[in-house]
Write a protein that binds this ligand. Structure first.
Ligand code: OGA
Ligand code: NI
Length: 358
């Protein structure tokens, strides 16, 4: 099916990174970053932490005597939250530490050096921000985005190896680990739904291989954190996203039954959420988690997300195994969902709604 299209809107990038902006405009948040509906906030109820939703990776393997129990837990987490925290995933603390160090070093570089790796309006990779349309506000976020799979599609011109020692080696090692974790998780999710274990993995892998994009997020502090979003409420375009949170500063929140919950920091855990493409493939059994990032008044926050998707040219749709009379196909098949998502993402409307068969 051809992707449904919205009338094209002119996209733009913020003129300055937020990191630079706060050097000159310490007190006043520029209008363009102010989220209009946060301007007059109604009394916000206290935001609670999400219930503990920890999955132990080491119990998911076929040889574990507690696999069944853990798969059940995984299924419950996914149907209630669409996300979970993964522990014992086999990435060493030393690797996570090194990744955080290169992340920090990159954002500590002078602007002129970071600019060598700048993204452009028409390409997602590189240093910059998300594009928005002219009537949209900006996120309080700078980032460096790099393709890490398929390996032959890496664009090293965006990799700051020249200026950040061991960047390439560290990200490559981390990406390899994410590839390993992803495969096991996709298999576990299929098993938890009583499907053949390679069901989702095969769909994501396709002929061209899984597509993985690493996104190094940097959220500077903000003098009026209640007026801005680090990232506006969104669901991810991916099939699955694997996030390494900041180990000191909170900020991530997820939505459940129209309420927001804080995601606690669990040292060295990976936060994993379902994205739109797995919701589509699962015919709606798995729900793509809505989440957002709020900003700290005094401290910067860093997080590293790896978005994992089928190749953009691969057509996806609800899997035959998950369609029957009781659950008819409720999403259209779609090719290049990323393009659809990008058309919708600056608007309040969610792209996945355009995929639903009403
Ligand atoms: C993202 C995202 C959350 C975070 O990059 O899509 O939701 O905590 N990140 O930075
Ligand atoms: Ni996200």
């Amino acid at each position: 099916m051809a992707a449904p299209s919205l009338p094209p809107k002119k996209l733009e990038l913020p003129p300055k990174p937020v990191q630079e902006l706060i050097k000159t405009e310490r007190k006043q948040v520029p209008e363009r970053y102010i989220q209009q509906h946060l301007k007059n906030p109604v009394d916000q109820p206290e935001i609670n932490y999400m219930d503990s939703s920890i999955i132990d990776f080491s119990l998911l393997s076929n040889s574990s005597p507690r696999q069944r129990e853990e798969l059940q837990k995984l299924r419950n987490n996914l149907s209630s939250w669409g996300c979970f925290q993964l522990i014992n995933h086999g990435c060493s603390s030393s690797l996570l530490h090194r990744l955080r160090e290169v992340h920090k070093e990159f954002f500590a570089l002078p602007l002129e050096m970071k600019k060598k790796y700048s993204r452009t309006l028409d390409w997602i990779e590189g240093y910059g921000s998300d594009t928005v349309t002219e009537d949209q506000s900006y996120n309080w976020n700078d980032r460096l985005q790099l393709k890490v799979y398929p390996v032959e599609q890496k664009n090293f011109k965006f990799w700051p190896e020249e200026d950040v020692q061991n960047f390439r080696e560290t990200l490559n090692e981390y990406a390899k680990n994410m590839r390993r974790v992803l495969e096991i998780i996709l298999k576990a999710i299929a098993k938890s739904l009583s499907l053949e274990e390679t069901t989702f993995y095969r769909e994501c892998e396709g002929e061209q291989g899984i597509y993985m994009l690493a996104r190094f997020n940097y959220y500077p502090p903000c003098s009026s954190p209640d007026l801005v979003f680090g990232l506006k409420p969104h669901s991810d375009v991916s099939a699955i996203t694997i996030l390494l949170q900041d180990n000191e500063v909170e900020g991530l929140q997820v939505q459940k039954d129209d309420q927001w919950f804080k995601v606690p920091i669990i040292p060295d855990a990976l936060f994993i959420n379902i994205g739109d493409q797995l919701e589509i493939m699962s015919n709606g059994i798995l729900k793509s988690a809505m989440h957002k990032v709020v900003i700290d008044k005094d401290r910067e926050r860093m997080s590293m997300a790896v978005a994992c998707s089928p190749h953009p040219e691969k057509e996806i749709g609800p899997l035959g195994e998950l369609i029957d009379q009781e659950r008819p196909q409720s999403y259209k098949n779609v090719k290049n969902y990323v393009r659809v998502y990008l058309q919708y993402s600056p608007t309040a409307e969610r792209a996945i709604n355009a995929m639903k068969i009403k």
